[in-house]
Every structure is written in C-alpha cells, then in structure tokens.
Design a protein around this ligand. Structure first.
Ligand SMILES: *Cc1c(COP(=O)(O)O)cnc(C)c1O
Length: 417
C-alpha cells in the first residue's frame, strides 16, 4: 500500500487504526498452496485467533481455506462467516469436556490434546471421530542441533504416552481420524521440522483409520530487516516427498493439513498511530503516540519488534527516537531506533500488524479499541467501527443508590433519601 493511501485512511477513519491489505493475504495463501502442490490433498486451516474479524474470515473462506479454532466462540464466528462445520477444526487446550461436546454437536472436527478428556469423550461418544494432538518433544537447539526438549510444554499428548493413548482407543472403541502437532515455535530449521514430522509418521502407523495428518503451524515471517523467514518452498518440496512416501506405506491417500495464522495475515496488517508529543530528555528523544499496549501488546508481552516508519515524512533526515504509548505504565514500542524526523501530528506506521495485534487489544485505561479497515481492490472498507463510550459501560450494572457520594450536593443527598 502507498503511504498516501494509508494517510488518507487515517484522515478518513481517525487514528489509531488497523489496516489490512487483502492482496497480501491472498498472495500468502497462494504461496503456501503452491509450495505444497506436490501433495494430492492439501488443507490449510487458517488459525482464527491471529485475526478474527468476520470480513477476514469470509476472505479466507472464499480462498478455500478451512478454519482452526481454539474456543467455542471462534467456532461460532467461523459458522457466522459461512464456513461449513466440516471445514472447521476445534483445537483447544485445557477446555472443559462440555465445551468440546458443544463443538462436536455443531458438527466441527475435534482435536483432543490430553488423555483425561480423550477417555471421557471416547467413553461418551465413541461414534464421533477425533483427532489427537501429539507432542513430539522436538525443538531446535541454540546452534540449531536437534534436541529433545519441550518436555514441560502443556500442549499435546506426549509421544511417550502413546501406549496409554492406544489403550484408551481400544477400550472405548473410538475412531481416531487425524493426528496433529503444533509446537508453537517458529520453523527456522527445516531439518528439525522434518525430524518432528518423522516422529508423527511413526506415531500415525498406530492408527488404522486416519484421514489426515495436521502439522500445525510455525511459519516464521520477517518482522524486521535481516530476519530469517521460513523457506516454505523448500519445506513444501521436502515435506511433500516425505508425506507421499508415508501415504504409500500407509496404503491410503491422506490429507496433509496446516494451520497457519501469522504467515497468512501478519505482513498484510499495518497499524497507524499519530504522534501526540515529541519530548526531549537528557538522553533520549521520545515520541508519544495516541495508542499503547491496550492496542498492540506484542512488543511488551514478548519482546516482538515491529518496524515503525514515519509515513508523514518518509524523506526526512533519520534521527534516533524511542516510541512510547500513552498508557500510564511503561509501554515502549521501540527504543532508540532510527526513524525519519518526527514532528507532532505525524502518522507512524507499524508493520506486521495483522497477526495477534487487534485480537489481543483491550480497554485498559478505559480507551476505545480502534477501528479496522480492509484495503481491497484499491478501496478502503471499514470492517469494524471504533468503540464508543457506550461500549465501555455496556455490560456494567448500575448499582443505583447503593452508595451515596460524599461529594454530592445536599440537594442530591436529599433526593436519595
Ligand atoms: C496459534 C495456533 C496456530 C497458529 O500459529 P501461527 O504461528 O500464527 O501460524 C496454529 N495452530 C494452533 C493449534 C494454534 O494454537
């Protein structure tokens, strides 16, 4: 998107504002699909939690994506957006049996990640097929050597518990139709990922009725210059070969599934905020913007680096700035970064604001959550309005005259009596 279009959007819809470029989402979807053109049956299930605006879900549905969901509410959003129940997979962690049953009743596919619920669900509903989430305990070591780690991860059923898992399946006579892994870490080393997938293939041999193997996600995208990104073309080629070979031995053409979130939407998003104050201290120049971790928490939550550009003065001389928010806590977006000279009133643009940005926004400091705009075929379409004061108080219950204000006037106190 051009800077002029972004500035126009900030002027039209106000700031701060999130903007998503549909063209980038579409091209990322096709890039991933093409990378795996070597397998006959591929299914991408977009991870709704990355960016769950219904317009984005509809876009994904139109591309032929399925949906990966982690709460019953995300399931409902997916159905509302037009996904068929069979194209939705429910992959929660640590939720109740009741929530899983509710999802199963809606007809979505179920993925279970612990033995306790697996046994309870299988005993009550032996006819509903389930996918099981396996933890292969593989992670890349510091020098990208393969090490067996992540033993403490709360996600998935440990590969060391497969014998126990098989006993549950046998006793309940349930049908396991898929196996799944999602380590949650970035795929930086393709060989490590292939090693984990070999473990999954080995595990898969224990189940006779599989329809799919789901490799989760972990596609890394660049956030700043010099960042490594997952080479999806290389991964696609290598994993497809391994997968096809596995299907041959297994004796059935299975579906290869992925659940990308970040890969599809991260780079499509930009977040625009305006500079309220430029403040020079003895050591630093701060630029305070009209947002904070209430709208974009990733830098403070897990040290994410978002590239920030001054789109109001892109040719200006570069100087060092610390970009901070307006929240009454430390909310530093960037420390001493070179940015084109900033004046009060300039619009700063955060890149990679598509994934885990708006969906993590809150009302902290009683601020409104910002609007979301979709840039589609050269037009800016509002897909979520900025909140208003009514939204802040909507669910609060008025306690009426339970307390009487000490500062109320005599007249008001008399009225209460
Ligand atoms: C969050 C999540 C994803 C998406 O991960 P990304 O890094 O955004 O691609 C996929 N699968 C599951 C089960 C998840 O919880």
């Amino acid at each position: 998107m051009r800077n002029a279009d972004l500035i126009q959007i900030a002027n039209t819809f106000g700031d701060p504002v999130y903007v998503y470029d549909s063209e980038k989402i579409i091209s990322q979807f096709h890039r991933l699909t093409n990378a795996f053109s070597g397998v006959r049956k591929l299914q991408l299930n977009y991870a709704a939690k990355a960016l769950s605006n219904i317009a984005i879900l509809k876009l994904m549905n139109s591309l032929g994506s399925g949906l990966d969901t982690v709460s019953i509410q995300e399931v409902q959003l997916g159905l509302l957006a037009g996904f068929s129940p069979e194209s939705i997979i429910f992959t929660p962690n640590g939720v109740s049996l009741e929530e899983i049953e509710e999802a199963a009743q809606l007809g979505v596919r179920i993925n279970i990640d612990n033995l306790s619920i697996l046994e309870q669900f299988g005993t009550k509903h032996p006819d509903i097929p389930v996918c099981v989430r396996i933890n292969p305990h593989v992670m890349a070591g510091g020098n990208s050597k393969i090490s067996v780690g992540h033993i403490d991860s709360k996600f998935g059923i440990s590969i060391h518990q497969i014998p126990h898992l098989l006993r549950i399946v046998e006793l309940t006579k349930m049908n396991v139709n898929g196996i799944h892994m999602h380590t949650g870490s970035d795929i930086l080393d393709i060989d490590v990922f292939l090693y984990a997938s070999e473990i999954l293939f080995e595990t898969a041999q224990n189940f006779k009725d599989l329809d799919f193997i789901d490799f989760g996600s972990g596609f890394k995208v660049p956030y700043k210059e010099g960042d490594i990104e997952t080479n999806v073309e290389e991964l696609g080629k290598k994993l497809s070969d391994h997968f096809n070979a596995f299907c041959e031995t297994y004796g059935k053409e299975l579906t290869l599934a992925f659940e990308p979130g970040k890969f599809l939407v991260s780079e499509a998003g930009q977040f625009l905020a305006r500079v309220n104050v430029v403040k020079q201290t003895t050591s630093t120049v701060f630029a305070s913007i009209d947002t904070g971790f209430n709208h974009l928490i990733r830098p403070m939550l897990y040290g994410a680096t978002h590239q920030i550009n001054n789109i109001s003065n892109p040719e200006g001389r570069e100087r060092y700035y610390s970009i901070v928010g307006y929240i009454c806590e430390t909310d530093t977006f960037a420390s001493n970064k070179r940015i084109n000279e900033i004046s009060e009133g300039d619009i700063l643009c955060f890149n990679n604001a598509g994934a885990y940005c708006f969906t993590m926004a809150s009302n902290y400091n009683s601020r409104f959550r910002p609007p979301e705009v979709l840039w589609h075929e050269g037009k800016a379409i509002l897909i979520r309005e900025r909140e208003t004061f009514d939204d802040l108080i909507k669910h609060q219950v008025d306690v009426k005259d339970l307390f009487v204000s000490k500062t109320a006037s005599k007249k008001e106190k008399a009225a209460v009596k």
